[in-house]
Design a protein around this ligand. Structure first.
Ligand code: MRU
Length: 368
């Protein structure tokens, strides 16, 4: 997507490889800074501290991290050690493990001297595929928005989204935002309710920034406002991303997604989840029981950062000093609350049969 007229992806190879460059998402929206990562340890740090975040993006970054590790040492022990370090950075989004598995499987049969270059090629392919996949998600999701716009000509289509499933969370386009950008670009009158997404405020800091830079109409709302907006007919459609979808259609996404799905069901608002196929965990059937939920620092709940009137970025404490806090970073929305899954191959019901219909090879599992 473009920032002030210049096209960016969220991760790319540095001109003076071996290195990758990222947009530091911990500095947005008040500072736009590009970071150059030259070691796999730096990539692991960037994922852990959420300088890069979002399931598809950490999948691509993990792959580049493994390529950097193989440039440092192409041996089997170093490969396994870097794999384990990168894989442990964030536990919930399955894309990270998927990207690492793909690179490791490609380089294992190769001679040491060939491994780093091959790993970079795989990482580049993952990044390019992610862009194409998200564009396809955008086209399928656009049909949903076009249908709503067609039912009430002349009226704004109101979409509610949670967290940041935008281009910053992927390599480009975003998942939930791809249909929104395409609808906007096609001239559809579209407006987005942006959940602030406590505690890290990815909606307020990142989604609002992205949409604003692209010129999409949007309004920031407190996390608890969505149900009220739906009760008053102010939401036509919920579009969210996801960090892991089970083969049965359960959806794990940023904490608070489940409550939006409950409110949507109570108000007959369609609730769609946009996902690239690498986000499907074919090994898992029961999202509540089997998906690891990342527990993050209580400090993210008790403290908040922002910009003062004179431009300084400061962090302040919200509750009484010493208040205990708990920070579950994701929740699981049961498949029964999901209207449909928007994938690169089309839209399907959130069921095992729905997913298997679009991805028969993957659903059948690896050959015995
Ligand atoms: O903790 P984050 O910011 O990495 O969580 C991101 C989300 O929950 C997104 O909705 C999800 O990764 C989908 S990204 C296209």
């Amino acid at each position: 997507m473009k920032i002030d007229g210049k096209a960016y992806r969220s991760v790319w190879r540095a001109p003076e490889s071996p290195a990758v460059q990222i947009v530091d998402q911990t500095r947005l929206p008040h500072r736009f800074e590009v970071l150059t990562l030259t070691t796999s340890a730096a990539v692991a740090h960037a994922i852990r501290t959420m300088q890069v975040r979002g399931a598809p993006l950490i999948g691509a970054c993990g792959a580049y991290g493994l390529a950097l590790a193989l440039g440092e040492d192409p041996g089997d022990a170093a490969l396994e050690s870097a794999y384990a370090t990168l894989n442990a950075t964030r536990p919930t989004a399955v894309n990270l493990r998927w990207g690492l598995d793909r690179v490791r499987a490609a380089v294992r049969p190769l001679a040491a001297a060939e491994r780093a270059a091959a790993a970079y090629r795989v990482a580049d392919t993952i990044a390019d595929e992610d862009v194409a996949i998200n564009a396809a998600i955008g086209r399928h999701g656009l049909a949903l928005i076009t249908a709503i716009a067609g039912r009430s000509p002349g009226r704004t289509v109101n979409v509610l989204t949670h967290c940041n499933a935008g281009w910053l969370a992927t390599v480009d386009w975003g998942t939930a935002t791809a249909p929104i950008y395409m609808a906007h670009d096609a001239g559809i009158d579209i407006h987005v309710w942006v959940d602030e997404t406590r505690p890290r405020n990815q909606g307020a800091a990142l989604t609002a920034w992205e949409l604003g830079r692209h010129g999409v109409k949007h309004t920031l709302v407190a996390d608890n406002a969505g149900g009220h907006l739906m009760q008053h007919g102010l939401v036509d459609l919920c579009l969210v991303g996801t960090d892991r979808v089970t083969r049965t259609g359960d959806v794990c996404n940023k904490i608070g997604t489940y409550l939006k799905a409950l409110a949507a069901r109570d108000n007959n608002v369609p609730f769609y989840v946009c996902l690239p196929s690498p986000t499907i965990d074919w090994r898992v059937a029961d999202g509540l029981a089997e998906i690891p939920i990342e527990q993050r620092s209580a400090r993210e709940v008790t403290h908040i950062s922002g910009r003062t009137a004179d431009g300084e970025i400061v962090e302040v404490e919200l509750p009484p000093v010493g208040t205990p806090a708990r920070n579950d970073a994701f929740d699981v929305t049961p498949a029964r609350l999901v209207t449909g899954l928007v994938t690169e191959r089309g839209v399907c019901p959130a069921t095992a049969a729905g997913l298997a219909g679009l991805f028969p090879g993957e659903a059948a599992g690896p050959p015995a």
